[in-house]
Every structure is written in structure tokens, then in C-alpha cells.
Design a protein around this ligand. Structure first.
Ligand SMILES: [Zn+2]
Length: 253
């Protein structure tokens, strides 16, 4: 992990919040980065990705916030109290309501950055009746290189603690099924999460998911998506030169 986690996180947040990209507008979305074993930065409530500055992040301790995973009482007061106790020098700032979700994602091997956005291209699907079905197959090699063998699909739940728990459940089911960690997560009626070891991996996965979504949407004008077969998909996913290409893209920031 480089020393300048904060400058990496700010750069990533600005890219994800740039209105030109249509990933997130106004106060939508949130970002996070692991600092070390014990704590991470997460966007504070009431800030905008587009204009994030160091003061816009709160340092949160993993151990304390992860206590909410198994807590029986997750009333607003309890969550507020735990968030306060988990925060380091918050100076009146509150971590994003999705801080627990970020703690879960950043606890995964190989994940040091997470970016959650609400792209229009993605929400055309997450808000559609047949949205999930449309993502059942992969469309082209670069989708697989940047976004993995498949996205995780998370059914709609209330934001905050219920969403964090559901994300954990679906990610664990995914790892069980594919034996790799996901790169992207689609949240029904809500948006997208991209995770990775570098800011570039998060930004690339977000960009490529949105491109895939636009291509996918377009296929319905001409008979619907022509998916790659499972064999073709796996071939790209495990192909040495594609793996090498993915590593190069992930390193570039
Ligand atoms: Zn959101």
C-alpha cells in the first residue's frame, strides 16, 4: 500500500464524481480506501465525490464498525453511537451510512479501494424488471478483463446495515460459486460498486461496466444480447495474455 493513500483516494473520488462520466451526481456515491490492518478512510455524509478534499473523509476502525454485522439492535441511535466510537478524530463529521459495507469490502484479500456510484447506464438495468436476467452472460473480452467473470447481483434492501449484510451474503455466495473475488457488484434499484487493489482498478471496472451496460442496452434493438459461451468467457478469464493485460491496467493509475 503506497504512503499517499489519501491522494489516491481523492483522485479516484474526483474521477468517479465527474459529472461528465455520469457515474454519480450531487451527493451520490461513496468511496473508501484501506489505510492499514486497523482502519480505513470513508467518505463522510453530506460530501460530494466531485469536490472531495481530505477533510471530506473520516478514518474508521474496522474492528469497531464490523461489530454491527452481528448486532441485534441496529436502530439509528445504536448505529450513530458505533460510528462515533469507530471514528478517529472525526471532528463532527459522520462516516457515510454505507461505512459498514465499505469495511466488509475492504476486508477482502486484494481489496484496498472501493468506489460506489449510481451510473445511469447501470441503473437502466438495476431498476428494470428484467435487469438481472440481462446480465446473465458476458458480451466481450474487455468486459471480462476489467469487470471479472461475472458481476455480483444484490437484491434491493434498505440502505445502511441491511444493505451491508446483504452485500456480504451475496459476495460470499459468489466466491463459493466462482472461487475468485468479484470486481463489481450490481445493487438492485440502487447502483454499482467496484473494488480493487488500486484506484485504477476501481475506475477501470466502473468505466467498463458502464460501457458494457450501454452495449447491452443497445443489443435489445437488434434481437437481444449474443452472449459469449461459458467456455469462451472462461478462456478469456484465465488466458495468460489477458491476465497480464489486466495486471498492467490495474497498475496504471
Ligand atoms: Zn448508493
Amino acid at each position: 500500500m503506497p504512503k499517499d493513500v489519501m491522494s489516491d483516494l481523492i483522485e479516484m473520488s474526483h474521477a468517479l464524481g465527474d459529472p461528465v462520466n455520469d457515474f454519480a451526481i450531487l451527493g451520490e456515491g461513496n468511496t473508501s480506501a484501506r489505510i492499514d490492518e486497523d482502519s480505513f478512510y470513508v467518505k463522510a455524509s453530506g460530501t460530494e465525490l466531485r469536490t472531495m478534499a481530505p477533510e471530506g473523509f473520516v478514518q474508521v476502525r474496522f474492528a469497531k464498525v464490523l461489530e454491527l454485522l452481528d448486532a441485534e439492535d441496529t436502530s439509528d441511535e445504536v448505529v450513530k453511537q458505533v460510528f462515533e466510537e469507530a471514528s478517529v478524530d472525526a471532528e463532527g463529521k459522520r462516516p457515510s451510512t454505507e461505512a459498514l459495507m465499505h469495511a466488509i469490502l475492504l476486508s477482502m484479500d486484494g481489496v484496498d479501494f472501493a468506489g460506489h456510484t449510481h451510473p445511469t447506464a447501470i441503473n437502466q438495468f438495476t431498476c428494470a424488471v428484467e435487469g438481472r436476467q440481462a446480465w446473465q452472460g458476458r458480451l466481450f473480452p474487455d468486459e471480462i478483463v476489467c469487470c471479472g467473470i461475472a458481476p455480483v447481483w444484490v437484491p434491493y434492501t434498505d440502505p445502511g446495515i441491511p444493505l451491508a449484510r446483504e452485500v456480504k451474503k451475496q459476495v460470499e455466495a459468489y466466491i463459493e460459486e466462482y472461487a475468485v473475488r468479484p470486481k463489481v457488484i450490481l445493487i438492485q434499484n440502487h447502483g454499482l460498486i467496484a473494488i480493487g487493489g488500486t484506484p485504477a482498478e476501481v475506475i477501470n471496472a466502473t468505466m467498463m461496466m458502464c460501457k458494457t451496460a450501454r452495449v447491452l442496452w443497445g443489443t435489445y434493438a437488434l434481437g437481444g444480447p449474443h452472449y459469449l459461451t461459458d467456455k469462451q468467457t472462461e478462456r478469456i478469464f484465465t488466458w495468460p495474455s489477458e491476465t497480464y493485460r489486466a495486471q498492467l491496467l490495474e497498475k496504471k493509475s
